[in-house]
Ligand binder design. Structure first.
Ligand SMILES: Nc1ncnc2c1ncn2[C@@H]1O[C@H](COP(=O)(O)OP(=O)(O)O)[C@@H](O)[C@H]1O
Ligand SMILES: [Mg+2]
Length: 483
């Protein structure tokens, strides 16, 4: 995740398509070309020396200068090609982001500006490509010219040697043929080494998988032990400064706290998108860093405020929860998540396309598909990150019902603002200044005079009565219930 925070997706996509292509070419084409060139030039050179040592010496005068120039040229081109790839990445980045959010662009009628921005970047790539074309024109032109001049020199000297009967016409002819042979292989050899090294460097990153362990019977006790954490891209501001808490299996823990307090960060740490700088996160007493990452992530499910759907059918999106799931399992999960009725109302049913990022579905529908996906995954530990915050009262009811089924028999961490959700949890933890501020049942925390949680709730109610209509589960009712 640290990597993804600092690299934008367009750039990565360009690397995936363009750079891997380069590595592929290097490894397949270049390696065999290089070895062939090496064999050919060695054999050709030996034959040249055998035919005439003197003429070979003349030929060799040209080799060192060309070698030096080609090293310099190679470095220059490498730098240029790095810049070109970077500029290409920028182009893809701009296009991907703007086209992906075309509605926003259109809403602000910024089409012309975006076109201009794209145009500027195309011009930049064009400029770099022109430079590269110029450089290779000069280099290959120069190399060709000096090669031809050498051949002329050999012809002149060789002609004299034939006249003085030092060698025969046949020997001169075969010498020239060998020269052409060696010349073409040397050309191939010059680019071989640098290209090959580039390929080796790029492929090294692929092989950094680690061998990790798994737990036999996962119960799902989660412990944060003195966790200190700051996002690597903003290392100077600590989100957590010694966070300590424990959740027992089969418990619903609600996490409360002000916006930006680090609630979602807890989810990121649990999923090991990031690791804490200090302290440990334990599951059943084992540090999650010792666990096999894929195994661990399979056991943690997350439903977030903005469920991410991929362009594809509803069926594909639900089935994404677990690879190898059958259509029957997908339908059962949809049923449990209260999806079935709205899916059946679509003419194409489960084969309905959801559009890019699920744009053709309502918030509540997307949310329920995300819940079906999590149900299918059947995780031991479930994180609900403001899963109902963005919904209206009616779809909230349907989603809440689905969530209630999802939260049975698991360790659940639910991040919520709604008093109704908080009151329905087993324990509430309230974050404050990067630490666990308060922890207890909803009723206990609401009873505390001057309590952090209580004042958080009170602020929320004031905000609600000022702006939004009061929701069915307003705090005053719930305080009663909590007591
Ligand atoms: N990927 C990230 N890189 C840097 N800072 C981040 C990142 N994600 C969140 N933050 C910052 O961390 C803080 C806590 O964020 P978050 O856990 O999302 O808060 P909450 O969910 O409680 O509203 C915020 O100040 C936010 O700006
Ligand atoms: Mg959040």
């Amino acid at each position: 995740m640290t990597f993804f925070d600092t690299h934008r997706s367009g750039d990565l996509i360009s690397r995936l398509s363009a750079d891997t292509n380069l590595v592929g070419r290097t490894l397949s084409g270049n390696l065999s070309d290089g070895l062939r060139s090496l064999a050919m030039s060695t054999a050709g050179l030996s034959m040249m020396v055998y035919v005439s040592g003197k003429l070979t010496a003349v030929m060799m005068v040209i080799v060192p200068p060309i070698a030096i120039v080609s090293v310099i040229y190679g470095r220059y081109v490498k730098e240029l090609s790095r810049k070109t790839q970077g500029a290409l990445g920028d182009i893809t980045k701009v296009a991907e982001e703007r086209i992906g959010n075309i509605r926003t662009v259109q809403a602000f009628t910024r089409e012309k500006d975006e076109q201009d921005r794209y145009d500027t970047q195309v011009q930049e790539v064009f400029g770099l490509a022109k430079k590269e074309a110029m450089a290779s024109g000069i280099f290959f032109g120069g190399a060709g010219l000096s090669g031809n001049l050498t051949v002329l020199a050999v012809l002149g000297m060789g002609g004299n040697m034939v006249m003085s009967q030092a060698i025969t016409v046949g020997e001169l002819t075969s010498f020239l043929l060998y020269t052409a042979y060696v010349g073409s292989s040397l050309m191939g050899l010059t680019s071989f080494w640098s290209e090959f090294m580039k390929g080796v460097g790029a492929s090294g990153r692929v092989f950094d998988l680690l061998d990790r362990r798994i737990l036999d019977a996962l119960r799902g006790t989660i412990t944060f032990e003195n966790v200190r954490f700051a996002y690597p891209s903003r290392a100077d501001s600590s989100i957590f400064r010694g966070l300590d808490f424990t959740v027992d299996p089969d418990t619903v823990l609600a996490i409360a706290g002000s916006s930006g307090g680090g609630k979602s960060t807890i989810a990121s740490l649990l999923l090991r998108y990031y690791d804490p700088q200090e302290g440990r996160i334990l599951v059943d007493g084992t540090d999650i860093r010792e666990l096999d990452l894929a195994w661990w992530r399979q056991r943690v499910g997350i439903v977030s405020q903005e469920p991410i759907l991929f362009a594809g059918t509803i069926e594909e999106n639900i089935a994404y929860g677990r690879s190898g799931s059958t259509p029957k399992e997908v339908r059962a999960a949809a049923e449990q998540a209260n999806c079935a009725s709205f899916i059946q109302s679509f003419p194409d049913g489960f084969n309905t396309y959801v559009g890019e990022r699920g744009i053709s579905l309502s918030g509540g529908q997307k949310q329920r598909i995300a819940i079906a996906r999590a149900l299918l995954k059947n995780p031991t530990i479930l994180i609900l990150d403001e899963a109902t915050s963005a919904l209206d009262a009616e779809s909230e009811h349907l989603v809440q019902e689905a969530l209630d089924r999802l939260t049975q028999n698991r360790t659940v961490l639910t991040i919520a603002h709604r008093p109704s959700t908080l009151a329905a949890s087993d324990v509430v933890m309230c974050l404050q200044s990067g630490r666990m501020g308060e922890m207890g049942t909803f009723g206990e925390l609401m009873m505390r005079e001057e309590g952090i949680f209580r004042s958080l709730m009170e602020h929320q109610v004031i905000g609600q009565s000022r702006g939004m209509p009061l929701l069915p589960g307003s705090t005053s009712m719930l305080v009663e219930k909590g007591r």
